[in-house]
Ligand binder design. Structure first.
Ligand code: HEC
Length: 155
């Protein structure tokens, strides 16, 4: 009977730990920002890594448009792949805990859309489709920028 009580206590304690960790993972390292957005609190290196990723996304978007306007489908594929899921390996692992789950979904969703643009360009070679897919993908840029910002904190 005593043992039974002890294991129940253990189950409860473990459940609480799992719930707290799960909550932290979902919520991320965020604070309300004075501009009405959510501020994701990052170290200097993490923030720099993400801003570099952002500039790559901007460069890929421009590269896709420039190549599509010349019907250069190999160029579209190259620019799109540079921002696809394969490039995710460059993202520091520590960010997984700090970025809220909705933001992660938007980020992965954007990478997936770049991969879809590459696959579409390969299959259909249709610049109109590419431009329209990029314009849909860029709604992710707008949605995330409207909701989040990065703030640097000391580690
Ligand atoms: C998952 C969220 C998210 C998505 C999706 C996203 N961004 Fe960002 N981006 C941010 C945040 C947060 C910042 C920092 C803004 C701030 O702190 O005010 C930022 C900053 C930037 C910057 C500034 C970089 C610098 O060096 O200062 C550029 C350029 C940029 N984003 C381009 C893009 C483009 C293009 C896309 C879409 C293809 C995109 N972003 C999609 C979250 C996102």
């Amino acid at each position: 009977m005593k043992n039974c009580k002890l294991s129940w206590a253990l189950v409860i304690v473990l459940s609480i730990i799992v719930a707290v960790l799960g909550y932290k993972f979902t919520k991320g390292e965020v604070q309300p920002s004075d501009d009405g957005r959510q501020a994701v609190m990052l170290t200097k290196d993490e923030r720099n890594a993400l801003l570099l990723e952002m500039r790559n996304w901007l460069q890929s978007s421009q590269g896709i448009l420039a190549a599509a306007s010349e019907k250069d489908y190999a160029g579209v594929i190259k620019s799109a792949r540079a921002s696809g899921m394969a490039a995710e390996a460059d993202t520091p692992g520590s960010l997984f805990r700090k970025i809220p789950v909705e933001m992660k979904a938007l980020g992965f969703g954007t990478r997936k859309k770049f991969d879809e643009i590459a696959a579409d360009a390969e299959e259909f070679k249709d610049s109109g489709r590419i431009v329209s897919k990029l314009s849909v993908a860029m709604n992710n840029c707008i949605a995330c920028h409207a909701t989040y910002r990065f703030i640097e904190v000391k580690p």
